[in-house]
Design a protein around this ligand. Structure first.
Ligand code: CS2
Length: 477
């Protein structure tokens, strides 16, 4: 059957607030929550908050939170109707309603997907960036916040004032130790508001780490046409995703939570090994593919994977990345890698390179730079990571090798362009990237790394990606 209606009851009150109503939340945590309620009933309806997009909030409100999820299975697409989202709010329109919901005694869990830059951190130690103009604005107007840290702290403040119980606040973004990061950011923000609140949050709330995984491209006209065909009516909120899904959660909650383990999530003591595996192998390879596609004019991940030399590069990169994972044995790594290659090759998934390429300054440290540093320390080759970095450099330059313009999308765009478009040598410009906030300067102080990246930038500029790669592969030890 290619249409599966939702099995949830009509009556379901809100027990979770989710910040960041993107496609990823609707393809991942919402599905686990809906399935968990089917296995073990409970009032775990979701209040989903759009952090910026009024358009999406409107579409979802008109459908009372219902939406279609198309799973691109090998036997063909299957459309599921999801109804676990019971309330949709738009933060810029109703910050008071969002804060009140976070303070609601029936709410026990807040989940967060706001992407890396939504955490407003800076520095190698990733603490709250109090100079971020959005944070400055929120602090000046703390009852009407627009940022994730701002709204969380406002909601927690109302909760504390009402004498409520602590909350479990679960980061679901692709960042290492994401729970601890979120806790650090929230406590630092709260410290600028009220010292008592800091103690209450530290004492009463929990911030579990979690690793999330499901490849979910942004919806496009093809998604909506397919949804209409399978559903028999239009659904502007429809999204599509791959069959694979994984969620590993630190078992560290302040109070009740849905029985996510009944829906396939793993509750564990320590998430770090799973996070490193996924960030370095899947996301690292994704960024490599994204910049390769952007620079060579290939639109989607599947198009890059269809070029044998590029597929071999992705394979090579993941093998190297897996060697930095101390807790993973070679057989498991090889299996995981083969699985990822197959997922990237899924021709039913139109995952745009430019979507993944965005915000590289926030993504590459954990995906590429830190593992590369580890390999350098062990005297191992860093060719594939250096190539990913050189491709990123070419992406920022703003033109692909066919002469088409690429629009660099990054919160540090101005700083990046200033470095990369200056008239210094390639080596000097690559070295200067180490001065950017969040980029490990140790790596960019390393002359082996800097010269390798700079020579690959020259190779890409003069010879293009295929020739540069074939020279790099020929020299592979
Ligand atoms: C991607 C991720 O856009 C990106 O940066 O690498 O969104 C990736 O698709 C997910 O992490 C897969 O779970």
């Amino acid at each position: 059957m290619s249409y599966l209606p939702s099995k949830l009851p009509t009556q379901l009150t809100v027990g979770i607030v989710h910040l960041g109503l993107g496609a990823f939340h609707r393809a991942h945590q919402a599905v686990y929550t809906e399935d968990a309620i089917v296995s073990e009933p409970g009032n775990w309806g979701i209040c989903a908050v759009a952090m910026r997009s009024r358009e999406l909030a409107n579409v979802m409100q008109q459908r009372d939170g219902r939406y279609s999820l198309i799973e691109q299975q090998s036997a063909g697409p299957v459309l599921r109707e999801l109804s676990v989202i019971r309330e949709v709010l738009c933060l810029p329109d109703t910050p008071d309603a969002v804060a009140t919901r976070i303070a609601d005694p029936d709410v026990h869990v807040v989940t967060v997907t706001v992407t890396e830059k939504g955490y407003c951190f800076s520095g190698a130690d990733r603490t709250l960036n109090i100079d971020d103009p959005l944070i400055v604005r929120d602090l000046a107007n703390s009852t009407q916040p627009a940022t994730m840290p701002g709204i969380l702290v406002r909601g927690l403040q109302l909760r504390q004032i009402a004498g409520g119980r602590g909350l479990s606040i679960l980061s679901c973004d692709n960042l290492p130790a994401n729970g601890r990061l979120l806790q650090r950011i929230v406590l630092a923000y709260a410290a600028l508001i009220d010292e008592e609140l800091v103690n209450w949050i530290a004492d009463q709330c929990r911030f579990p780490d979690s690793m999330v995984d499901r490849i979910t491209p942004a919806s496009n006209a093809t998604t909506l046409a397919l949804a209409q065909k399978l559903l028999g009516e239009p659904d502007l909120a429809a999204i599509e995703t791959e069959p694979f899904s994984q969620w590993v959660i630190e078992d560290n909650f302040a109070g009740p939570r849905p029985a996510w383990e009944k829906a396939g999530a793993m509750l564990v003591e320590e998430v770090a090994p799973f996070e490193d595996m996924k960030l370095r192998m899947l996301n690292g390879a994704h960024s490599l593919i994204a910049y390769l596609g952007a620079v060579t004019g290939l639109a989607a991940v599947r198009d890059v994977m269809a070029v044998p030399a590029y597929r071999a590069l992705v394979d090579w990169h993941m093998s190297d990345a897996s060697e930095t994972l101390e807790e993973m044995n070679a057989d498991d790594a090889a299996r995981y890698k083969d699985n990822l290659l197959a997922r990237f090759e899924n021709t039913a998934i139109d995952h745009r390179c430019l979507q993944i390429a965005m915000d590289g300054s926030q993504k590459l440290p954990q995906r590429i730079f830190i593992p590369a540093m580890q390999r350098l320390e062990q005297g191992k080759s860093v060719d594939t990571s250096a190539l990913a970095t050189a491709l990123w450099f070419r992406y920022i330059q703003g033109m692909n090798q066919n002469g088409d313009i690429i629009e660099c999308n990054d919160p540090l765009k101005a700083e990046l362009e200033q470095i990369i478009n200056s008239d210094r040598s390639a080596t000097e410009r690559v070295a200067a990237l180490g001065g950017l906030p969040g980029v490990p300067s140790g790596l960019f102080d390393n002359i082996i790394w800097v010269e390798k990246v700079a020579s690959l930038v020259d190779g890409l500029t003069v010879d293009g990606a295929l020739r540069t790669l074939s020279q790099m592969s020929a020299a592979r030890q």
